[in-house]
Design a protein around this ligand. Structure first.
Ligand code: ADP
Ligand code: GLC
Length: 480
């Protein structure tokens, strides 16, 4: 079976979040099952530079404002999977964030930049761009690839199966309605209502209407997005998709996230030999200017600093965290107010709070390895990957019971501790009070090393690899 994955990000070349990790790992897991998988990516500079052996396949254009578009084919750096890259200098030769300009605002031609991605997917599906390979399934990720199902549906001679994965429904790919003239899509009758969302265009909505199957990245989030509370105005449409909407939990690439072979760590470790984790902690404490004390609970945040991620809740319980003798290291970037809050907290308490505004993959690994507890108090969380990374690194996740966090973290209640299922801490109410209470409980348990080690070992032994999820995706493809 031939599958084309279509996405805007791929680790390690272009990454703003977990989407990139999934797009790097899922195709490889599917290929390991014997499927013939390729990836289609926009030609951002890091992708053109990082994909190896890139050869031109065909020249197109003008289209979407670009005079010349060259579709190239090469190989992904680590896996060697084949990747199509759309080289459209006018649209994609821009460094930095794939969606935002240097001023931090969306590029004003994003509708054309990402429509082109879906449009090329549809022409590949039609066999018009590469006569030697035609996908049977086009699997599009998030709104960036969201027009692929519509362009495919618009071609009556095509019966390509389409799957659309929602990684985050909050980003609906909204544009002014009058931009539809740039998209080359029919927008009359039913097609108009598929693209129009309260006076805007929505690439997300178009995908939810046109894809043969829609899924999201955890079973709980699949239920939540069918409710007005988490549906971002699209819950009615999602409820209507009924059995055509499912939840498949993301996996972890344990070749990238493995504490015994992680090149970013000062010392490797495993569940049987946790000494290396202690070394990672002491070194990080020294590097951050904290008291180098094995017994001080070290909390960490590796996250976009946004209200989705509940970062305002973390800011509001720093006092409790410090009162418990805790230290906090934060790496992330995001909303200006939250960044400012963390910056001020670190300036006021340099010996217990350290904040790194920005993106640093190696530091993120070192922090996850060094910490005792990773805080993920999200207001909503489609899947969440960092809690899964933390589990493998013997770092107990403290999370809110929502989305994929609810599906992967089992609270250290007396019952769960007794039957051995606990692997972290969970709270319900999205308030700093509820977070602070669970944080105090975590500190209390931290001072009971035997129980703590038990939880660590259980988490480290859990298997969230891609194998199961890839089997579920294959079954989904086969069903259509
Ligand atoms: P989301 O995609 O919503 O941001 P996920 O938990 O799915 O959340 O994925 C976040 C990914 O981004 C993880 O791989 C995490 O390690 C990484 N990450 C987040 N912030 C940073 C940062 N500042 N530096 C390095 N990696 C980061
Ligand atoms: C999104 C979600 C996150 C998920 C990731 C990968 O960015 O916010 O929860 O883990 O996509 O699917």
């Amino acid at each position: 079976m031939r599958i084309l994955h279509v996405a805007a990000e791929i680790y390690p070349l272009v990454k703003t979040g977990g989407l990139a990790d999934v797009v790097a790992a899922l195709p490889v897991a599917l290929a390991a099952r014997g499927l013939d998988v390729r990836v289609l990516l926009p030609g951002m500079p890091a992708i053109l530079n990082g994909v190896t052996d890139l050869k031109p396949l065909i020249r197109l254009g003008p289209a979407f404002g670009a005079a010349v578009i060259t579709l190239r084919l090469g190989r992904l750096p680590d896996s060697g999977l084949l990747a199509y890259v759309i080289d459209a200098p006018f649209l994609y030769r821009r460094d930095g964030d794939p969606y935002l300009g240097p001023d931090g605002r969306d590029w004003n031609d994003n509708h054309r930049r990402y429509a082109l991605l879906g449009w090329i997917a549809a022409h590949l599906a039609a066999g018009e761009l590469d006569e030697s390979w035609q996908p049977e399934v086009v699997h599009a990720h998030d709104w960036h690839a969201g027009l692929a199902p519509a362009y495919i549906a618009q071609n009556p001679s095509l019966n390509t199966a389409t799957v659309f994965t929602i990684h985050n429904l909050a980003f609906r790919g909204l544009f002014p309605l009058d931009h539809h003239t740039d998209l080359g899509l029919l927008i009359t009758g039913a097609d108009q209502s598929a693209l129009e969302f309260y006076g805007h265009l929505s690439f997300m909505k178009s995908a939810l209407v046109h894809a043969k199957r829609v899924n999201t990245v955890s079973p709980t989030y699949a239920h939540e997005i069918c409710t007005p509370k988490h549906g971002w105005g699209l819950d009615g449409l999602l409820r209507d998709r009924g059995g055509h909407l499912s939840g498949i939990l993301n996996g972890v690439d344990y070749t990238v996230w493995n504490p015994s072979s992680d090149p970013a760590l000062p010392r490797g470790y495993s569940a049987d030999k946790l000494r290396g984790k202690k070394v990672c902690k002491l070194k990080l404490q020294a590097e951050m200017g904290f008291a180098v004390r094995g017994k001080a609970p070290l909390f960490a945040v590796v996250s976009r600093l946004t209200s989705q991620k509940g970062m305002d809740l973390v800011l509001a319980c720093l006092h409790e965290l410090r009162a418990e003798g805790g230290q906090l290291v934060v790496i992330g970037s995001g909303e200006a107010e939250i960044e400012a809050g963390f910056r001020a907290a670190a300036a006021a308490h340099p010996h217990t709070i350290s904040v790194h505004l920005g993106y640093d993959e190696a530091l993120a690994h070192r922090i996850i390895a060094a910490a005792d507890v990773l805080l993920v108090p999200s207001r909503f969380e489609p899947c969440g990957l960092t809690q899964l990374y933390a589990l493998r690194y013997g770092t107990l996740p403290l999370v809110r019971r929502v989305g994929g966090l609810a599906d992967t973290v089992t609270d250290a209640t007396p019952g769960n501790l007794k039957d051995g299922t606990a692997n972290g801490f969970v709270f319900d109410e999205p308030s700093s009070r509820a977070l602070a209470a669970r944080l105090r409980d975590a500190c209390a348990l931290y001072h009971d090393p035997a129980t703590w080690h038990h939880l660590q070992r259980h988490g480290m032994a859990q298997d969230f690899s891609w194998a199961d999820s890839a089997a579920r995706y294959e079954a989904l493809y086969r069903s259509i």
